[in-house]
Design a protein around this ligand. Structure first.
Ligand SMILES: [Zn+2]
Length: 429
């Protein structure tokens, strides 16, 4: 029965295709192609895009298909559309002087926050990030599902989105905090206690459109008397296991915010799919990540923007986080942990360049090519989209960007994206 239906729908598609205009063909002349996967770049290439897919990539000199639109990037370096695997379109790098995080949840109508999220999504696209994994709405409910829908239906420009909706933490494990106990304030994440509530929250979020589930496995952090960074664990092993089991049953994955210590190890023992931030991965954590194939999504830039005065507890913590994060990346990279590019943009303003994370990755030991791959084919693999995005190759979606110079010589070039195509459509040229 199923086979018969498939045959009928194929015939129908073929017949209806006859009446349609052929898909538009675009030819890109590329000076250099870094395809997101290969170890070295290729010079003087021609990329043929038909509709929203890449049809071919080959040496210049061949015949150009009749009627094709030609885009000349012969002096530029062409790359796959980049992927930021840790964003927050519902945050705007809140300035404490302007009410900080709390005002978002307490005073701003959801429509206001959604309008700003739409601007953030456009900003990602304009900077060459054609895919984002947006890791929670910070009290804006299922707003990310709506923004994703508006982008997919062509109402607003934006990247492909993988969304997590509300995120999950425990009582005492997420803001808003510090209000009179008698007042009920909203929380920036869905709060659960116990494996039953944990599983139920995952079910609700998956039912309402979550592509991934995001869990906060650590929350508060401080520097102890011995000078170590300590982070408060949140979910128990039973709680995280319930979430991972439920989510994997839906064929989806779990991202765990975890700084270090007990919470980080519970995330790994619970079978999470990615560690977010991972400020201080100890040797056992690194070994376990390699063994389990856990992804590491470091987010260095954002911590440089959080600096309370140096002689305060908060200031000591902020400086310790910066001091630990780079070496943690170095250790993971050397050990062969799979690394996906992430920034936590939204934690800093969307007006700042997302690509500022690349020089930090290189500073802490990654080659420019591996840093680029973390934001292209590697992140695509994490998202279950290998061969579809994060690569300039036949069959992939036509998500293509270009920069004027050579990012392998100076990775800062990636902040100068001058051309953006997503799904075969040009957004910047
Ligand atoms: Zn984040």
């Amino acid at each position: 029965m199923r086979r018969a239906l498939a045959a009928v729908s194929f015939l129908f598609a073929a017949a209806s295709g006859l009446g349609q205009a052929p898909a538009a063909v675009t030819v890109i002349r590329a000076g250099t192609v870094i395809d997101g996967k290969s170890p070295s770049p290729r010079r003087d290439q021609v990329i043929v895009v038909r509709g929203n897919r890449i049809e071919s990539v080959g040496a210049a000199g061949g015949a150009v298909p009749a009627g094709a639109t030609v885009i000349d990037l012969s002096k530029a370096t062409v790359l796959p559309g980049m992927i930021d695997a840790h964003t927050h379109i519902f945050l705007q790098g809140e300035d404490p002087a302007e009410g900080g995080y709390d005002i978002q949840l307490l005073k701003y109508p959801i429509a206001y926050r959604a309008a700003r999220a739409a601007v953030a999504a456009r900003r990602a696209l304009e900077q060459g990030f054609t895919t984002i994994r947006d890791v929670e709405t910070e009290g804006a409910g299922y707003g990310d599902v709506g923004i994703k829908m508006a982008i997919e239906q062509g109402h607003i420009p934006g990247p492909r989105m993988f969304v997590v909706t509300r995120a999950i933490s425990t009582t005492g494990g997420y803001p808003l905090e510090g209000y009179a106990p008698e007042i009920v304030v909203p929380k920036g994440a869905q709060i659960v206690d116990g494996p039953v509530e944990a599983r139920k929250a995952a079910r609700e979020q998956l039912d309402n459109g979550a592509d991934w589930i995001k869990v906060y496995m650590t929350h508060r952090s401080w520097v102890d008397a011995a000078g170590n960074l300590v982070s408060q664990p949140t979910l128990t092993l039973d709680e995280i296991k319930a979430i991972v089991d439920e989510t994997h049953g839906w064929g989806k994955k779990v991202a765990c915010h975890a700084y270090n210590g007990v919470g980080l190890h519970r995330a790994l023992d619970g079978g999470c799919d990615s560690i977010e931030h991972g400020l201080e991965l100890d040797d056992a954590a690194v070994q376990q990540m390699v063994k389990q194939g856990t992804w590491y999504c470091p987010t260095m830039s954002v911590y440089y923007t959080h600096n309370e005065p140096p002689d305060t507890p908060g200031g000591k913590r902020d400086r310790k986080r910066v001091a630990l994060h780079g070496p943690s990346l170095t250790k993971a990279y050397k050990a062969g942990v799979k690394i996906a590019f992430g920034t936590d943009v939204g934690g800093f303003p969307w007006t700042d360049p997302i690509a500022a994370e690349f020089p930090r990755m290189v500073e802490f030991g990654m080659t420019p090519m591996d840093a680029i791959r973390s934001a292209t084919s590697a992140a695509a693999e994490m998202l279950g989209m290998s061969g579809q995005i994060g690569v300039v190759a036949p069959g992939a979606y036509a998500d293509i960007v270009a920069v004027p110079g050579d990012p392998l010589k100076d990775v800062k070039e990636l902040s100068k994206v001058s051309f953006v195509m997503k799904d075969g459509k040009v957004y910047k040229n």
